[in-house]
Design a protein around this ligand. Sequence first.
Ligand code: ZN
Length: 261
Amino acid sequence: MTKAEYVKKGKCIWCLKVKPEVEFYTKPHTIPKTLNPNNIGFDICDSCNNYFGSDDKLSKVTFAIDKVLKEFFNVHKFLLINKKDSNSWKNFRSQFFSYYHTSKTLKINVDYIRNAPYANELTRKFKRGIYNIFLQEYHRTTQLGLDNKFERIREFVRFDNGELPLYYLKSNNGIRLMGDLEAPFELSFNDNVLKTLEEFGYYHLSMNGLNFFIAATNKADSNMEYLINQGRELIGSGFVYTGLIELKRLNEIDFTLRNWK
Ligand SMILES: [Zn+2]
């Protein structure tokens, strides 16, 4: 029996290597498994797949890119579920966050923030994680992830070179527009989204009221106006969202529950 291979184009969307230099036997979850167990990608070689999923003892932030992303989104989900089920906090476990039940406050463990180089690196890994799932899901949906226009995403995510911005829509006192909390996390690539990507270079990623924009291609650099207008539209009267920022530190994302009642 031949082993299943996860290949469509036969070339890795991350390192651009082909068989037999690299192999494609490891099942590539395009989104960390706990957030979406269903979406299996292709053209992600075993070596790249392993790179995203493995801790790195030599790195300042040893956690794998997948782990940083997963922890972060799980914590967000926890906060939303906790609102409905007041005992769920008792089972809460996280490597990055501490939850204070009496004040209903969640804090990123202090060391991560006090240690500036560490906080920067953690934020960078989170950003790379967002760009990572974008390209993997884009390729899974369109099979066009090998395009040259994604070269800078490859450099940033796979080789830790350069810098790409992550924009975040700040919400007002923790107000969230939520979807179904138990539903797997999905990225949308409908015609409208693809058209925006093509025309302006931006991609809007939203999950249970968290909204991010990424500069997916270099077209984004000359279309800041588009982003500003999008932000303005979503902010509207400022009831739900208050501003669009370029995320510099992970703790700029609001994690307090104090105003949620
Ligand atoms: Zn590869």
